[in-house]
Design a protein around this ligand. Structure first.
Ligand code: SAM
Length: 245
């Protein structure tokens, strides 16, 4: 499948992530020199997961953030029952298959993890179910950001925090030029080595469409969140949007 600069449909996005699933983790490590793990740790810390919490990792992909969250919320109560739960939700079945396989090698975390195929724009959860949530590199890919934010708002408990990590379009022209260079001259050619050139060429247009931090804050407040702050990281090349219900 090819994704051009026009806004893709949800089905095209789903196909895209099914297609890149086998190479997705390896490419993330190569393209970020392993740094995505650090940024994801930062995003998880901002969401303040506590032992016994019920968390949502939306657009969970191959599951690394959901698994890291499970380590934080995993708890055995006095009766030795496992409490704490993480729901990893994604619409790409191929990404979820990798997440499931990954968690099979971590039997001690199995009781705390649920992988669920679902649409971020129409979540199959009750109102006020989650103590907190994360989205890592997902919000930019949903085709209706306000709808995704209002669904998140709906499923969170009052005062719950959601932490949203993603690429960000820097406002400084030279940093923007660096980002263009990185995406066009490093990411796309490296992805070409795995025959995924067209799939990764979608990154820059998706980023150009993605609201910048201050716009994300406005959208979150419009969705009902009481607090919204966007923290630029890496000179504004990435950002973490932290919201409180
Ligand atoms: C760039 S990947 C990020 C995966 C993972 N969170 C990570 O940080 O590596 C974006 C993910 O969002 C998922 N996605 C995009 N739109 C979605 C939607 N409407 N509902 C559910 N998942 C969606 C894709 O299938 C894909 O797995």
């Amino acid at each position: 499948m090819t994704v051009n600069s026009a806004t893709p449909t949800g089905q095209e996005v789903e196909q895209l992530f099914n297609q890149i699933a086998p190479m997705y983790d390896r490419l993330n490590d190569v393209l970020s020199l392993g740094q995505h793990r650090v940024w994801k740790k930062m995003a998880i810390a901002w969401a303040v997961p506590q032992a016994g919490n019920t968390f949502l990792d939306l657009c969970c992909g191959s599951g690394d953030v959901a698994i890291a969250l499970a380590r934080k919320v995993a708890h055995k109560n006095r009766a030795h029952n496992s409490t704490g739960r993480v729901f990893g939700v994604d619409f790409s079945e191929s990404q979820l298959a990798i997440a499931r396989k990954r968690s099979e090698s971590l039997p001690h975390l199995q009781p705390y993890l649920t992988w669920q195929q679902g649409d971020a724009l129409n979540l199959e959860f009750e109102n006020r179910m989650f103590d907190g949530a994360t989205i890592s590199y997902g919000l930019r890919n949903v085709i209706d950001i306000p709808k995704c934010l209002s669904e998140l708002y709906r499923v969170l408990k009052p005062n719950a925090i959601v932490s949203i990590l993603d690429f960000h379009r820097p406002q400084n022209i030279s940093t923007q030029q660096f980002q263009d260079f990185y995406l066009n001259n490093l990411v796309v050619p490296i992805a070409k080595l795995w025959n995924l050139e067209k799939e990764y060429a979608y990154l820059l247009p998706s980023l150009e469409r993605f609201p910048i931090g201050s716009e994300q804050v406005k959208l979150a407040i419009a969705a009902g969140f009481s607090e919204a702050t966007h923290y630029p990281i890496l000179a504004g090349l990435m950002g973490i949007l932290v919201l409180r219900k």
